[in-house]
Design a protein around this ligand. Structure first.
Ligand code: IMP
Length: 200
């Protein structure tokens, strides 16, 4: 079976990505399958730069095709912040909750019609030979005034999906994957991955 490593230590992402890749017949490996799995510093200015850095580092180290995503939440009223800094919006080594609280605090006085935001994911796949493929996925929505829902991770409890008027945290993982930035990017990368799977 063709092997593929997910270049992330984020278990929440691994669950979402695996649930979409499952039907592709890859042997999906994660950091749990390796002892010395590197932690890539996300110091690039773009999602694409960070995603490529993560995937390429893993590919170089293990010589196995690698897949990485980098995601950002871009809020109109904050000129696109937290964007590429979404994971460390409230500082280094903060919790998801601290990031959400900072965002809600900054947006306390912003009316509903000005709370538009977009989640953007770039997925980079590095093939066995080192060739790079990248795809994008986006999901439009708006930031709520307080947390709602129990599922998901990161900003899910405060991100309302446009036209659905529910937060990501109110959706099941299957519902979220159908419409989310990462779900759409994964569908796009699926088409590319099929070409690399010897079983197809
Ligand atoms: P990363 O740099 O791709 O790991 O993602 C940056 C940050 O965005 C994460 O630490 C999460 O807080 C947030 N994030 C990424 N994906 C999602 C998602 O699907 N829902 C909510 N928040 C997310």
């Amino acid at each position: 079976m063709t092997e593929l490593i997910l270049a992330t230590k984020n278990l929440d992402k691994i669950i979402e990505i695996k649930s979409v890749l499952d039907n592709l017949n890859f042997k999906v490996l994660t950091f749990r399958d390796f002892e010395n799995f590197p932690e890539t510093k996300e110091d690039k200015k773009t999602l694409e730069g960070n995603a490529e850095k993560k995937a390429r580092e893993i590919w170089k180290k293990f010589q196995i095709p690698a897949l990485a995503d980098d995601t950002g939440l871009f809020v109109d009223a904050l000129d696109g912040a937290p964007g590429v800094f979404s994971s460390r919006f409230a500082g280094e080594n903060v919790t998801y909750k601290q990031n959400r609280e900072k965002l809600l605090r900054l947006m306390k006085n912003i009316p509903l019609q000005k709370r538009d935001a977009i989640f953007r994911t770039i997925i980079v796949f590095i093939s066995q030979s080192g060739e790079k493929f990248s795809v994008k996925g986006e999901c439009k929505g708006y930031i709520g005034f307080e947390e709602k829902g129990k599922n998901g991770f990161g900003y899910d409890k405060i991100f309302y999906v446009k036209n659905l008027d529910k937060t990501f945290a109110e959706l099941t993982i299957t519902e979220k994957n159908k419409i989310s930035h990462r779900g759409i990017a994964l569908k796009n990368i699926n088409k590319i991955l099929k070409k690399f799977n010897k079983n197809f």
